[in-house]
Design a protein around this ligand. Sequence first.
Ligand SMILES: *[C@@H]1O[C@H](CO)[C@@H](O)[C@H](O)[C@H]1NC(C)=O
Ligand SMILES: *[C@@H]1O[C@H](CO)[C@@H](O)[C@H](O)[C@H]1NC(C)=O
Length: 352
Amino acid sequence: MQRFNFFVIILGFISPCLCTRLNVGTENDNYNVMDYGANGDGKTDDSQALVNAWSSACKHGGTLTIPAEKSFMVTNVKFRGPCKPKIHIQFDGKIVAPPKEAWKSGDYLIYIDNLDGLTIDGNGKGGADGDGSTWWHCKNCKRPGLFHFHSCKNLKVSNIMVTNSPSGHVSVNQCNGATFSHISINSPPNSPNTDGFDISFSNNILVEDSNIKSGDDCIAINGDSSFINATGVTCGPGHGISVGSLGKVRPNDKVSDVHVRNCTFSGTSNGGRIKTKMDTDVVVSDVTFRGFTGTCSGDIAINLDCSSDGCHNILLDQNDITSTSGKKLLVICNNAYGTATNTIPSVTCLLN
Ligand SMILES: *[C@@H]1O[C@H](CO)[C@@H](O)[C@H](O)[C@H]1NC(C)=O
Ligand SMILES: *[C@@H]1O[C@H](CO)[C@@H](O)[C@H](O)[C@H]1NC(C)=O
């Protein structure tokens, strides 16, 4: 009898281990950062716990969970691939940056690199906050951004809030295929260089059904990018949607096939604009501005300011931008070729 009892106890002890091992590698695995030693109090540095949870999720496949109603203070966290396919981040809680004095090093709060098929989804209340007010007074500081997606493919990000970045909120570089839906970006109008989205060297990017309030561009589309779409985005306050500055870093920057649809601009300093540096051979082509409605607080509603090589095949159609103060808004073109139809204010300066 004594022996038999002993045997049962040992078996009971071993079998949970076997079960856990068998689960490893299935898609339903959940890697909650709390199980990796995170505090979630918004004050203790949880960077290592997040990186450890990511390593497990990446290696075995599954969901990294940032739980609701908790804040995780981190600096410069890197989520790197390649990983097992179908990695998911359930972003229900908050990632917060420390104040400027406690920022260690690094250009971004969260750097996501080299992933194919990553999905990030939240409950709408989770996301990242950059404690930007501790940085904004220091205009010459190298201020970090919040989310940086580098070298991604087939990325889907939805239902997260990104607030108070020291500089840009979400940057996308060298990505092919990314959809951002229901993203809420919020920084005050006087915060310097706080672009909503910065897109560069990327193709097939869609920003949809999002709300972007910032101190700089709502969406900036930079060099060597094509098929960049913004649909159903509400911008303002901020500087509107911008292509460029082109030719700043490389003289041969090229942007094509930009589609901005069903966007609303309210209280922005510009609607849509193309920015190029003087004395460079920038080529801008096939840009359509359609369905812009909203108000403008500045003097200039549309500014197409191109270098001597010109912007070609610019189409403006069914835009209606009015001044908050009721004055006549200006349209400026330099070396811009194309046509405008059904647009208020009327555009007569395009070349053909
Ligand atoms: C962007 O819009 C163009 C034109 O409608 C479409 O061909 C393309 O598939 C869209 N791309 C994305 C990523 O939504
Ligand atoms: C833009 O809005 C109109 C009217 O609500 C809708 O019919 C159309 O499908 C929308 N276009 C896109 C690209 O979402």
